[in-house]
Design a protein around this ligand. Structure first.
Ligand SMILES: Nc1nc2c(ncn2[C@@H]2O[C@H](COP(=O)(O)OP(=O)(O)OP(=O)(O)O)[C@@H](O)[C@H]2O)c(=O)[nH]1
Ligand SMILES: [Mg+2]
Ligand SMILES: [Zn+2]
Length: 373
């Protein structure tokens, strides 16, 4: 086993131990299992960093079969057990190391379990921009999904050089950030980038997420100090459907973090789940007010001694923020219910599969009609 040269990608004792536990089952024949992070995702293939170079790998049949039935497929940021290309076969991913965090994208209203945008992300930079993107409702949604992923969100307001809208954007953003730091930067002029440094510690994986055109790739280039990624102006009359970045990609800052650039996302569904899909963290202000209502099940609709209503009347809580919390919570509940239904259906399939297997075993042992009928 060697993690040599992989420390800048976040290889440490914890990852090494998790990797070894998985790799020990994959010492088949003469092919040596090697650790590698997934640094880019293509259709049916993944780029792996070997510590010396980048190789294009495919996934083993076992991984492909598992992924086809809802199991995990490799994602950027994953640590994998790989076999190097040799006369037996091409570079291949043979196993995935369990993830510490996962940023999952669900499409609102869809039953699917969701698509892993990135694995093992330590920090999520939620990028917005001065001007048309300063939408508090979208940011609330992104924040909830970020908190639910296990990563730490940081709100980045880019294009701070556009002075006219800056104060507005910061005011709107600060109101919904609820505990996440807000950093104003300009990829164009470089201002504020030094304040991001705190969040870019060496070995950390930092994902940039946000709508198309807010300047995610521009920020990566600015932090790299070179124009490595494609960036493009957004059409003024129609900023939909023009995604300059089309694939997720991990790039390493010299002596710093690994940055994960992603294509702009239009829709992001809520996760649901135990912690309300990250809502408790994203709406920490509402949650802590609600804790001070007289009734623990207060609906904040005119009950006596309602701290939430008092805050709205006093002007310290925006009414649309309470409404937004309610709506996202409803969405998270629906999503949980759907996922529950899905896992129940999977359970039934699994039971049937085991039944068939059991009957086959009996038949092999006792011949046809095992129960003598
Ligand atoms: N004024 C100003 N423009 C910027 C800044 N950063 C990026 N831009 C411009 O915004 C446009 C979009 O930038 P990109 O970096 O391609 O945006 P993106 O978020 O990567 O977009 P997708 O890849 O489509 O998701 C480009 O024309 C950039 O030049 C900034 O700080 N200030
Ligand atoms: Mg881009
Ligand atoms: Zn209340």
């Amino acid at each position: 086993m060697s993690g040599l040269g992989l420390a800048p990608w976040g290889w440490d004792e914890r990852v090494a131990a998790a990797w070894s536990a998985v790799a020990s089952a994959h010492r088949a024949g003469e092919r040596i299992p090697l650790p590698a992070p997934v640094v880019a995702e293509h259709r049916g293939a993944w780029d792996l960093e070997t510590g010396e170079d980048v190789v294009r790998a495919i996934a083993s049949g076992a991984i492909r079969r598992a992924a086809a039935t809802g199991g995990p497929a490799p994602a950027v940021g994953d640590w994998v057990v790989s076999h190097r290309a040799d006369r037996i076969g091409p570079d291949m991913i043979v196993a995935l190391v369990p993830r510490a965090t996962a940023f999952v994208r669900r499409e609102p209203g869809r039953i699917a379990a969701g698509q892993i945008v990135a694995a093992n992300v330590d920090v999520v930079l939620l990028v917005t921009a001065v001007g048309r993107d300063a939408n508090p409702r979208r940011l609330e949604r992104y924040l909830a999904v970020a908190w639910a992923s296990g990563a730490t969100p940081v709100v980045v307001v880019n294009k701070a050089d556009l002075r006219d809208g800056l104060a507005d954007a910061l005011r709107v953003t600060a109101r919904v950030a609820a505990g996440a730091p807000v950093v104003a930067v300009s990829a164009r002029t470089g201002e504020g980038l030094d304040r991001l440094a705190d969040h870019l510690r060496p070995g950390a994986t930092v994902a940039l997420l946000g709508s198309s055109g807010v300047g995610k790739s521009s920020l990566v280039n600015a932090l790299l100090g070179e124009e490595r990624l494609d960036t493009r102006a957004v059409r003024v009359d129609d900023d939909r459907g023009r995604h300059t970045t089309t694939a997720r990609m991990l790039v390493r800052l010299p002596g710093g973090a690994c940055l994960l650039d992603t294509p702009g996302m239009r829709e992001l569904g809520m996760a649901g789940g135990e912690d309300g899909g990250g809502l408790d963290a994203a709406f920490a202000d509402v949650v802590s007010l609600a804790a001070r209502c007289r009734f623990s099940d207060c609906a904040h609709e005119g009950e006596p001694a309602c701290a939430v209503r008092a805050a709205i009347d006093g002007g310290t809580l925006a009414p649309d923020r309470l409404e937004s919390h309610r709506q996202l919570a409803r969405e998270a509940r629906t999503s949980s219910a759907r996922l529950d239904a899905r896992s129940r259906a999977e359970e039934r399939r699994e039971t049937r599969r085991r039944g068939v297997m059991y009957r086959e075993i009996l038949r092999a042992k006792y011949g046809e009609n095992p129960r003598g009928r």
